[in-house]
Structures are given as structure tokens and as C-alpha cells.
Write a protein that binds this ligand. Structure first.
Ligand SMILES: NC(=O)c1ccc[n+]([C@@H]2O[C@H](COP(=O)([O-])OP(=O)(O)OC[C@H]3O[C@@H](n4cnc5c(N)ncnc54)[C@H](O)[C@@H]3O)[C@@H](O)[C@H]2O)c1
Length: 270
């Protein structure tokens, strides 16, 4: 195992709620790899979640921010740079929530106030994070910014609901902002399209267990775990991936390129 991949690197990790969260695993791993960082989440999540435990474990501070609120983000980036003693090398956007999904509204029966709220939290917040980092000139050259996505951006998964559009928008932001951040600061911007993962956000989707099982049987390598996703995030934050930007990178055990698997055929014919 390579060690100290993030030695002397500073960052912000959004979205660690509890030990199942992908961001939680990223924080644990980043700490082991020598990074120092600030943990951030929405004020309500700080009250409900277990982030204090993670902050102790990783020796990191917590700065609350609603990722849809520009003032919160501005304060977060300014305070993080000051607390960490310099500009940032990495940012993880691990944020997602659909109000329509939460309230059990079907894709064909959306409440558009819910749709707009979910879009703001899950997709536009990524632009807000990037723009705040950009305007504050918070990133070091060759820094790396990663957001987490899902293959429903490309293919239809009916119960993923309006999150499909949110992920498509999120991935597009990585390409568009990645161009500007690359030109100005050589900062990389990518999304990782992760397998279904048993987390609070994941298991909120209707029929998630079946979803999870199906993807597992379709993928030659099986579903990618949250731990493996964290490893991939660390690789993207490290200097080993300095020329990767504006990409949506599938981290899914091969699911995205599999038409059907023998296991699924067997299940359907038995
Ligand atoms: N779990 C999966 O199956 C799966 C698969 C692919 C991609 N993803 C993506 O991974 C990311 C992380 O999700 P997770 O699965 O770890 O679940 P999670 O529920 O642990 O994380 C979601 C986080 O978003 C935070 N959040 C919600 N509203 C916010 C706001 N207004 N401001 C700041 N933070 C806010 C929550 O507090 C929570 O910490 C999401 O973007 C999700 O869509 C998840």
C-alpha cells in the first residue's frame, strides 16, 4: 500500500454523516495518508449525525455550511484556509438529497418545489462550491476537486427519480468548471460514478436492496465498496493523477459496460 499520498495536503470534505457515508471513509483514509482537512456538513446534519466522532478520530475541525448557501460557503472556504494555514489541495463534494424521493413522490408526479430544492442541494451546490473556491482563490495549483455521481445520469433507473437529472447536471459542471479551473490554476475537477452503496442517501431510494443486488450480479468485479471509492478519491486527490480532469470516472466494478451477465441470465431462466 502506498503511504503518505496526501502528506502536507489540505482540504475540505463535505458530506460525512455517519460511518456508512462515503465521505466518512474518505476522511478516515485521507487522515491515514497524512492530509489535514476541515469536515463540513449542513447544520441539521451536524445535530443528527456523528461527525464529532470523526473529527476526533481524524484530528480535524468541523465548520458547518449549508452547501446551497453562498454566505455559508464563503465563510467555510475563508475559515478553512486560515485554520489549515494555507490554500487547499483537495475538496470532496459528497452531497445528495431528493425531496421527491424522501416524500415518496414518483418521477411522473413531482412537486416542483421539491424538485428545485433537490436540484439546489444535489447539483447546483457543486457549482456553488467551485465558484466560491474560485472567487476566493482558495485552491493551490494542481489541486483536485471531486464530486460523487451515479450512472442514472446516463441510463434510466426508474426509482432514482429526479436525482437522475441532478447527476447529469453535476457531471456537466465538472466538465465546464474543470475547463476554467484547469486553465487558471491547473486544478482538476472530476466526478466519480459510484456503484450502489449502503448509506443513508443510497438506501433512501425505493427498492434499493434489489437495485444493489442486481448491480452486484451484473458487475464482473461486483459492486465497488465505499472503502474502494475512498481509495479512488485519495488517488484523485494525490499527485499520481495530475493529468486527469473534466472526467466522469466510472467506479462500478464494470457495471457501466456490461449488457447482461451470466449470473443475471441464470437468475432469469431458473
Ligand atoms: N449510496 C449510493 O448508492 C451512491 C451511489 C452513487 C453516488 N452516491 C453519491 O454519493 C454522495 C454521498 O452520499 P452517501 O451515499 O455517502 O450518503 P450520505 O447520506 O451519507 O451522504 C449525503 C450527505 O449529503 C449531506 N447534505 C444533504 N443536504 C446538504 C446540504 N444542504 N448542505 C450540505 N450537505 C448536505 C448530508 O448531510 C449527508 O452527509 C451523494 O452525492 C450520493 O448521491 C451515492
Amino acid at each position: 500500500m502506498l503511504k503518505n499520498l496526501l502528506k502536507n495536503k489540505k482540504g475540505i470534505i463535505f458530506g460525512a454523516l455517519d460511518e456508512k457515508s462515503i465521505a466518512w471513509k474518505v476522511a478516515e483514509n485521507a487522515s491515514l495518508q497524512g492530509a489535514s482537512f476541515v469536515l463540513s456538513n449542513a447544520p441539521i446534519a451536524l445535530r443528527m449525525g456523528k461527525i464529532e466522532e470523526l473529527s476526533k478520530k481524524t484530528n480535524s475541525s468541523i465548520i458547518p455550511a449549508d452547501a446551497t448557501n453562498i454566505e455559508d460557503l464563503d465563510k467555510l472556504f475563508k475559515e478553512s484556509v486560515s485554520k489549515l494555514g494555507g490554500k487547499l489541495d483537495f475538496v470532496l463534494h459528497s452531497i445528495g438529497m431528493s425531496v421527491n424521493v424522501r416524500k415518496g413522490r414518483d418521477y411522473t408526479d413531482q412537486n416542483y418545489d421539491f424538485t428545485i430544492k433537490g436540484f439546489d442541494v444535489s447539483a447546483l451546490s457543486f457549482h456553488k462550491v467551485l465558484q466560491t473556491a474560485w472567487k476566493n482563490d482558495s485552491m493551490n495549483d494542481f489541486g483536485s476537486i471531486v464530486a460523487l455521481s451515479y450512472i442514472a445520469a446516463q441510463k434510466t433507473f426508474p426509482d432514482y427519480n429526479d436525482m437522475a437529472e441532478n447527476k447529469a447536471y453535476l457531471e456537466s459542471i465538472a466538465r465546464s468548471f474543470g475547463y476554467h479551473f484547469g486553465n487558471r490554476n491547473k486544478v482538476r475537477v472530476n466526478t466519480i460514478s459510484q456503484s450502489p452503496t449502503m448509506t443513508t442517501a443510497g438506501s433512501g431510494v425505493k427498492g434499493f436492496d434489489t437495485f444493489f443486488d442486481y448491480a452486484n450480479k451484473m458487475s464482473p468485479l461486483g459492486n465497488a465498496s465505499a472503502e474502494d471509492c475512498a481509495n479512488f478519491c485519495i488517488a484523485l486527490f494525490s499527485d499520481l493523477t495530475k493529468s486527469i480532469t473534466m472526467q466522469n470516472l466510472f467506479h462500478d466494478g464494470g457495471f457501466s459496460n456490461t449488457g447482461i451477465s451470466e449470473q443475471v441470465i441464470k437468475d432469469l431462466t431458473s
